[in-house]
Design a protein around this ligand. Structure first.
Ligand SMILES: Cc1cc2nc3c(=O)[nH]c(=O)nc-3n(C[C@H](O)[C@H](O)[C@H](O)COP(=O)(O)OP(=O)(O)OC[C@H]3O[C@@H](n4cnc5c(N)ncnc54)[C@H](O)[C@@H]3O)c2cc1C
Length: 280
């Protein structure tokens, strides 16, 4: 009986908050644990859940935790409106309904043996973090790992300690930039595309995975192509408002695709024409 219930993608499963950590002034990482032993927490890097904040509503949030940890689901949430505000204000022990995981994730298996180029802007690093964990835990299965990350200011950067830890791995390069440095920032200042000149990519053996504001992704995709990486080897994660998350309601239609089930991660070649247009 319990198994049948968990197979219904429209039925939220009971989880509770095990930990809340502040990342930036408006962004928090929540770790949730299943209340029901039959709930599995396995997911593919890049997938998302629908989180139901009781009395407020449901919203899509990418899973940002380690896919190897099966006793929890971790999310990094920026407070932008009512639902996200309620989510980041939950306390340890509070209940949350979880549906999913949903959607197509990053092509971690298909990218085995290749160099992995991760390019993230702002909270876009959250859906890429599970992929980074997976690559670092299976280091010999991949070539170089290059992480290019841009934030608005130093205090808006996510996972600062982890960025430093990741940089210490072999064959791994982590470059970080901010739009506005301010006093005390000794790092790079400029948009994320300005970091490309500090790394040497091998286009034929590279797969790039990109997540951030759409304007940033347009420029990053252009830069990756300039570097010689083909559209087949570039993946982007798209965001649109969604309700059902299983391709019924049509809220997240993006040209011929539904972002909830055809995405959120798309091979760039499939969405390039749409990405060039504003307001789709
Ligand atoms: C597949 C997917 C994964 C996502 N992953 C994350 C994540 O990991 N962390 C995170 O913080 N957010 C994520 N989001 C965005 C998150 O779902 C929205 O920020 C949230 O629904 C806003 O709800 P709200 O009630 O707090 O704000 P609202 O009051 O609904 O909106 C506040 C502001 O945010 C804008 N907004 C609302 N929804 C979206 C959206 N879906 N995309 C872009 N702008 C939006 C509104 O236009 C408005 O300006 C994701 C969205 C999708 C579709």
């Amino acid at each position: 009986m319990a198994t049948a219930i968990t197979n219904d993608p429209m039925l939220p499963q009971p989880y509770s908050v095990r930990e809340v950590a502040k990342e930036t002034p408006d962004t928090f990482t929540l770790s949730l644990k299943p209340e029901n032993a039959v709930n599995k927490t396995s997911f593919q890097p890049g997938q998302f859940s629908m989180l139901w904040v009781f009395g407020i509503g449901e919203l899509p949030i990418s899973i940002s935790g380690d896919p190897a940890l099966h006793d929890r689901l971790v999310y990094t949430v920026r407070s932008v409106g009512q639902a996200t505000h309620s989510l980041v204000n939950l306390r340890v022990g509070d209940g949350v309904g979880v549906r999913g995981p949903f959607g197509a994730g990053w092509p971690a298996e298909a990218a085995r043996g290749r160099d992995i180029i991760v390019v993230a802007g702002g909270i876009g690093l959250a859906p890429l973090r599970p992929l980074i964990y997976q690559v670092l835990q299976n280091r010999k299965n991949y070539g170089r790992l290059v992480i290019l990350y841009g934030g608005r200011s130093p205090r808006d950067l996510l996972y600062r300690k982890e960025l430093a830890t990741w940089a210490r791995n072999r064959e791994t390069q982590v470059l970080v930039t901010v739009d506005y440095g301010g006093l005390g920032w000794r790092g790079h200042v400029g948009v994320v595309t300005t970091l490309f000149k500090y790394t040497r990519l091998q286009p034929a053996r590279s797969v790039a995975m990109v997540c951030g504001p759409e304007i940033m992704m347009r420029f990053v995709v252009g830069e990756l192509e300039t570097q010689g990486i083909s559209q087949d080897d570039i993946y982007v994660s798209m965001e649109r408002n969604m309700k059902c998350a299983v391709g019924f309601c049509g809220h997240c239609q993006y040209g011929p695709y539904f972002i909830c089930k055809d995405g959120p991660v798309f091979q760039c070649e499939r969405v390039r024409k749409l990405l060039e247009k504003y307001e789709i």
